[in-house]
Design a protein around this ligand. Structure first.
Ligand SMILES: O=C([O-])CC(=O)C(=O)O
Ligand SMILES: [Mg+2]
Length: 254
């Protein structure tokens, strides 16, 4: 059910309301989110666990690069899908057409700690968000953005200290070049499927997408793996013998 009236005072009418599929996104508990945040080396460990569960969900940082290195985010996805505009930017500017970027309406239906995820049709040289967008996202307490597309105002995003991962950095606006077609529907980023409510974890190694129904099992396995990794690290640091290390090192590690 769509309960958009709850968000009326924040929606800017950037996208027709019927294209906002839902505002009711499933979300994991804060305890679960906090438990992930407490651990180190998150995306590599979760990537291994997704492999072991037969789930495709990892995207390397070489494809979705952090705008600010050293950031880590964990939170449920809210999604937006873009397609290319038919008109040319010249026509759009000359005729003062309505711009069809709808990032702020996506944040408007988000909750504190959500991760806005953008499917921009692989158009990495065209911006679907910039500094103003990051300012609004930060004000409304989004955790950070994942953009399979271009972003701009890189200096402002860094000054705001708002975490963003993207497939492109560009000065070229998406205004009159792309159109927001749907909000909170399943989308694709770098060939990986994302549903609203899936858990997004991102750090310097990349981005992982944990399907909503697998979040708890992935948390348990991530905790176990982190414990093992800690033991292995201690063993190596204490000068363990090759024989001892051979017993625990990968691929049998997990
Ligand atoms: O027009 C754009 O690409 C978006 C933009 O600059 C901003 O959000 O500040
Ligand atoms: Mg801007």
């Amino acid at each position: 059910m769509n309960r958009l009236q709850d968000y009326e005072n924040r929606l800017m009418g950037l996208i027709p309301p019927e294209r906002i599929k839902t505002a009711d996104v499933p979300r994991p508990s804060q305890e679960i989110i906090d438990a992930f945040y407490e651990m180190e080396g998150l995306t590599p460990t979760i990537s291994d666990i997704l492999d072991s569960l037969g789930v495709k969900g990892a995207i390397p940082a070489s494809s979705l690069r952090p705008v600010i290195p050293g950031k880590k985010i964990v939170g449920p996805a809210i999604t937006i899908r873009y397609i290319p505009e038919r008109i040319t930017p010249d026509y759009g500017f000359a005729n003062q057409e309505k711009a069809k970027l709808a990032d702020r309406d996506l944040y408007a239906i988000g909750k504190e700690g959500d991760v806005p995820v953008f499917d921009a049709a692989g158009l990495k040289d065209i911006s679907v968000m910039g500094g103003l967008s990051a300012l609004v996202a930060k004000k409304w307490k989004m955790a950070g953005n994942i953009v399979d597309g271009g972003v701009r105002d890189i200096d402002t995003i860094r000054q705001l200290d708002y975490p963003v991962w993207s497939s492109g950095q560009t000065p070229i606006t998406g205004k009159y070049r792309v159109e927001a077609i749907e909000i909170n529907v399943p989308i694709t980023i770098q060939g990986i499927r994302v549903h609203p409510g899936d858990l997004i974890v991102a750090d310097d190694s990349g981005v992982v997408v944990v399907p909503f129904e697998k979040i708890e099992v992935v948390l348990e396995k991530t905790k176990e793996a982190a414990e093992k990794e800690k033991k292995i690290t201690e063993l190596i640091e204490s000068g363990a013998s090759i024989e001892e290390m051979k017993k625990i090192l990968p691929p049998s590690k997990w």
